[in-house]
Design a protein around this ligand. Structure first.
Ligand code: C5P
Length: 222
């Protein structure tokens, strides 16, 4: 149907969602933020005091949780059980717990099923950690987006400042590195570049440069 699937994976705070959103907009595709889905579950687990090491409990919780990614003018809103939690899922507490929630096999299987359903038959730009390797192994275009941890921490710092949140740069760096470590070392579909993914180091690139490069790659595959 002339529509392709674009998978964008990479470490934390590499700019994946900013870029994915813009590409989706330009191509008229659906943007799917899979990290938001894991964050939504982590948020609910924290609210219900569920032990993040208890995979079975988390799986049960996920089965009775309604997660909707709803497109808005500037990206997407995350609706959990009818409540807009777009802001809440970005909190430091959720960020600190999400990798522990995301490592469980049962949780990942349910999430991957849902993500495939969302992408079925559509042009999509999906970002995450395991999209090219596990969720959409047949995606026509796979990007593995990286940047130095210093650059990623600075970008997140500036983003937080804009949102009126004060953060310490060194702490951000430590938090980002720890999340990458957990995501890379987990047993089930760890953060990894797919064999057929194109590596894009964005450390010295602007948002526009990254968007243009991916658009060029996408157009060759349409
Ligand atoms: O992309 P974002 O930083 O919001 O993702 C939050 C966390 O969700 C990641 O650090 C990772 O633990 C988990 N995640 C995942 N697989 C994905 C997307 C996110 O395990 N496809």
């Amino acid at each position: 149907n002339g529509k392709i699937k674009i998978a964008i994976d990479g470490p934390a705070a590499a700019g994946k969602s900013t870029i994915a959103k813009r590409i989706a907009e330009k191509l008229g595709y659906t943007y799917i933020d899979t990290g938001a889905m894991y964050r939504a579950l982590a948020y609910k687990a924290l609210r219900y005091n569920i032990d993040t090491t208890n995979g079975e409990e988390l799986e049960r919780l996920l089965k009775e949780t309604d997660i909707i990614l709803s497109p808005t003018s500037d990206g997407q809103a995350v609706i959990v059980d009818g409540q807009d939690v777009s802001e809440e899922i970005r909190s430091a507490e959720v960020t600190a717990n999400v990798s522990a929630v995301a490592l469980h096999m049962g949780v990942r299987q349910l999430m991957v099923d849902k993500q495939r359903q969302l992408a079925d038959g559509m042009g999509v730009v999906m970002d995450g950690r395991d999209i090219g390797t596990a969720v959409l192994p047949n995606a026509e275009l796979k990007i593995f987006m990286t940047a130095s941890v210093e650059e990623r921490a600075i970008r997140r710092h500036l983003e937080n400042e804009k949102r009126g949140i004060a953060t310490d740069l060194e702490r951000l760096k430590a938090e980002i590195s720890e999340r990458d470590r957990m995501d890379s070392e987990r047993e089930i579909s760890p953060l990894m570049q797919a064999e057929d993914a194109i590596l894009l180091d964005t450390t010295a690139l602007s948002i526009e440069e990254v968007v243009d490069r991916i658009r060029e790659l996408a157009e060759k595959r349409l």
